[in-house]
Each structure stands twice: as structure tokens, then as C-alpha cells.
Design a protein around this ligand. Structure first.
Ligand code: CO
Length: 302
């Protein structure tokens, strides 16, 4: 990692932190999820004005048993309830260098212990994260911290590396010990994200997808599909985007847009991120921070 690259990561972290602080103050029960998502995404853009930063992916607002990958559609009317366990997962990128972060809110405090377990596991995981530390060591630390509080880590959701325009780069950093001897390396960026549940500790894919990303751009015959692919590559490169973002940015009638998305999925040009959920009636809390290993230090971005 060059100094210039490290500075971009740090700037992305600074912008993300401003958006997190604003969101923590602004989010209240009774608000529409769509309103919350739009205001957080806007606050990233505002905070980023001088730094050329942009949202790294659509703000995820997964609730209760939904662990990840929910973002409201442009027609969503869903309202946040006091008893909801809301995961706010957001990020900013500067020229593709990403800070990925998340926190959980629950306004009636009925799940305060679960949220505390996620935050504690994250802090413990960060404490042991340094150059040449085995991934297994971090995973073991996170798993122990979660289980000590009486909850389960989610097996199939993991922390991850961060690379330019790549939100989920290798390696995976599991939230339970897999004994992985691979080590963290100086000059790289990572995100640690414990997911904590009172469910079985395993998420499944739901039906709904509002989030997509370019996977393997190739030629498609359908003209709408070509237009949409050109647009998302120019705007988001290979980072995730929301359907509501293209509705707003690309002048393509709804029917043509649907055809385009279907064709691009079929051709493998884009991939979808379906909602990931625990068992119905169970709850999930999440905490996440990103860091870089640079000049012999672990620098937490946000
Ligand atoms: Co992440």
C-alpha cells in the first residue's frame, strides 16, 4: 500500500464517521426506512464534498431476523418500530478505497445485551488484529466473546478484506474459529463484522433483492441491458448499487429497466444480493469496523 492509498482509506473513514455520528442522532422510531436510507446516503455525499468520496454501497437497513442486504426500494413505506433491531451498514469510498462500517439500534432496549455482545466481540477482534496475526486467532477471539454473552455467531457471515472497488475481497474473516492459519498482512485493508444472534447462527437467502453489482461485464445484445450496464459501470464500477439508484440516475422506463436487469442477471454480467435472514422470530445484531495495516500500525478507519 502506497501512502497515497492509505490516505484515501483514512479519508473514506473520516467521511464515514461523520455519516455514522449523524445517523445515530437522527434515526428515530416512526421514520420510514426509505427516508433513513436516503438521508444517510445524502450525508455521505455532503461530508465527502471536498474529498471526492461517494457511498461505497447502498445503506443496508436490515431489521430483526434479517441480517444483511436489505435496502428499501423507492416505493417502500415500511416504518421503523421501537422494538425493531435495526442494523445500519454503510460505507464511503474514495477512488474505490472503501471504509465499511455497521452498528445496531434498538429503541426499547429489549435486545441491548445482543447489541452489546456484537460491539464487544468487534472490539476484542480489533484488539488482536495486527500484521502477521492468524485469521484463526481473530475468529476464535470473536467467537469466544459472543458465546461468553450467551449468543451465537452467524457461521456464514464473515469479515473480509477490502480492495479497490471490491467491498468483499479475500480473505474471509469468520466469526467462529475455523483454525485458519493464514495471516493478516501489512499494507492491506480489512473489515471485521461480528453478527450475533439468538437464532441458530446460520442465514439463508430470501426472495427479495434490491442490491446488485457488476460481476463479469460482457457484451449483451439487448439494448436496454447494454445501456444499464454502461451506466452502472461508469457510476459504480464493481461496487454494489441499489435499484432505486438507477431509477433516479438513468432515464429508462420501468418496463425496460426490468428487462435490462433480467437480461444482465441471465448473462452473468451482474449479480444480486438477496436478503440474508435468520429463522423467523429470531434476532440479529451486527457491529463492524474497517482498518488498515500500514507503517507497522493497525489504524481503525471507522
Ligand atoms: Co463488511
Amino acid at each position: 500500500m502506497e501512502k497515497e492509498e492509505a490516505e484515501k482509506y483514512i479519508l473514506a473513514g473520516r467521511i464515514t464517521k461523520i455519516a455514522v455520528q449523524k445517523a445515530k442522532k437522527a434515526i428515530k422510531p416512526g421514520q420510514k426506512l426509505l427516508e433513513i436510507a436516503l438521508s444517510i446516503e445524502k450525508s455521505i455525499v455532503i461530508a465527502a464534498v471536498e474529498g471526492r468520496g461517494k457511498p461505497a454501497f447502498p445503506v443496508n437497513l436490515s431489521i430483526n431476523e434479517n441480517a444483511a442486504h436489505f435496502t428499501p426500494s423507492s416505493t417502500s413505506t415500511e416504518v421503523l418500530k421501537e422494538s425493531d433491531v435495526l442494523k445500519v451498514d454503510l460505507g464511503c469510498h474514495v477512488d474505490g478505497f472503501i471504509c465499511d462500517t455497521a452498528f445496531t439500534l434498538n429503541f426499547d432496549n429489549s435486545h441491548a445485551k445482543m447489541i452489546e455482545a456484537a460491539e464487544h466481540a468487534l472490539e476484542e477482534g480489533l484488539k488482536v488484529s495486527a500484521d502477521k496475526v492468524e485469521i484463526g486467532k481473530i475468529s476464535e477471539t470473536i467467537e469466544k466473546a459472543i458465546k461468553a454473552k450467551g449468543f451465537n455467531p452467524i457461521k456464514n457471515l464473515t469479515g473480509h478484506g477490502l480492495a479497490q472497488y471490491e467491498q468483499h475481497a479475500l480473505p474471509s474473516i469468520p466469526n467462529m474459529d475455523t483454525g485458519n492459519p493464514k495471516q493478516l498482512e501489512e499494507g492491506n485493508a480489512y473489515a471485521i463484522e461480528p453478527f450475533v444472534t439468538n437464532g441458530e447462527g446460520y442465514v439463508r437467502e430470501g426472495q427479495q433483492s434490491e442490491i446488485f453489482a457488476v460481476d463479469k461485464p460482457r457484451n449483451v445484445r439487448n439494448a436496454y441491458a447494454r445501456k444499464l450496464l454502461e451506466f452502472v459501470l461508469a457510476e459504480y464500477e464493481t461496487l454494489p448499487f441499489a435499484l432505486r439508484w438507477i431509477e433516479k440516475g438513468l432515464k429508462l422506463p420501468e418496463f425496460q429497466r426490468r428487462v435490462a436487469v433480467r437480461e444482465l442477471l441471465k448473462a452473468g454480467c451482474i449479480r444480486s444480493f438477496p436478503i440474508l435472514h435468520e429463522q423467523p422470530g429470531k434476532f440479529v445484531a451486527q457491529a463492524e469496523k474497517s482498518f488498515i495495516l500500514f507503517e507497522g500500525k493497525t489504524t481503525v478507519l471507522c
